[in-house]
Design a protein around this ligand. Structure first.
Ligand code: 6CM
Length: 258
């Protein structure tokens, strides 16, 4: 883990002088490494704890039923493989708030509270209300990072975005109409390039991106478990298909961002 730490820290694209001076940096760095470690564990090696609940083409989605204090916090894990885009591109569209409302169906508004560094933003998001529960909001940092694959130096590089809830004293939870939900989300991407023949230029036809998405959401206050599970079952597959199709669509006529 120590080795992984030094590799990840050294290769972060963060403007380290700005980010490392920020009081949230130690937490951002620690949670990002933890989430990457977790995302890289395979479903097969996890002792059968994951239940497959959605499968379509290359996309597979798993969940684990878990409750804390009567609240559903089912961890979710998804794998997908998409052609024609790089992990850097997928992460850029997930991280950059300018595109968010074009693919995010559960969000009503998204506000950047602070730009901690080029690759670390602090967000306030208000989610759409789902009847009969109260409306939810979330305050979280979002960090995008590029790391070489330390397990295999010749392996594909990794791009990752981690979103994690944070307590901001200026924005106390549950003071208005919204209940504050807590989220930890990790989107990890590996790009595989089919080497073109005779040293020709790499085109989008040569690109395959393997995506792992992990999420744990605590609704933060009472929400009917059956409704919440039904919402997740419907919304997560919808999200991953819509988001990846959006990225493919946006990228198709643009130069490749390796
Ligand atoms: O990861 C996703 N989106 C990110 C950018 O917006 C971010 C957000 C994660 C929050 C996911 C929470 C969705 C739950 C919404 C409302 C809960 C209401 C409770 C009451 C129900 C009865 O990381 C994509 C998220 C896709 C979610 C389906």
């Amino acid at each position: 883990l120590k080795k992984q730490h030094s590799v990840i820290a050294a290769s972060s694209t963060t403007n380290n002088t700005v980010a490392s001076a920020h009081h949230l940096w130690p937490e951002i760095d620690r949670v990002t490494m933890e989430q990457m470690h977790y995302a890289r564990m395979s479903v097969e090696d996890s002792g059968g704890v994951w239940q497959l609940f959605a499968e379509e083409g290359e996309m597979k989605m798993y969940r684990r039923e878990e409750e804390v204090g009567g609240m559903v916090i089912d961890p979710l894990r998804a794998c997908h493989v998409v052609k024609g885009v790089t992990g850097h591109e997928v992460c850029e569209y997930f991280f950059n708030p300018q595109y968010r409302l074009e693919w995010e169906a559960t969000v009503e508004t998204t506000t950047v509270l602070e730009k901690i560094a080029d690759d670390i933003l602090l967000f306030l998001q208000v989610h759409k209300r789902i009847w009969p529960a109260s409306q939810r909001d979330a305050v979280f940092w979002s960090h995008m990072r590029h790391v070489p694959d330390d397990k295999d130096q010749d392996g594909p590089p990794i791009w990752v975005v981690v979103n994690n809830s944070v307590d901001i004293p200026d924005l106390p939870a549950n003071t208005g109409k919204c209940v504050r939900l807590l989220l930890t989300v990790c989107l990890m991407c590996q790009t595989f390039i089919d080497p073109p023949k005779d040293g020709a230029k790499v085109t989008r036809n040569d690109l395959t991106c393997k995506i792992t998405y992990c999420s744990v959401v605590n609704p933060g206050g009472w929400a009917p478990p059956a409704v919440l599970r039904a919402v997740y079952k419907r919304e997560y597959p919808k999200f991953l298909k819509r988001f990846t199709n959006y990225v493919i669509d946006q990228c198709q006529d643009k130069p490749i961002l390796f």
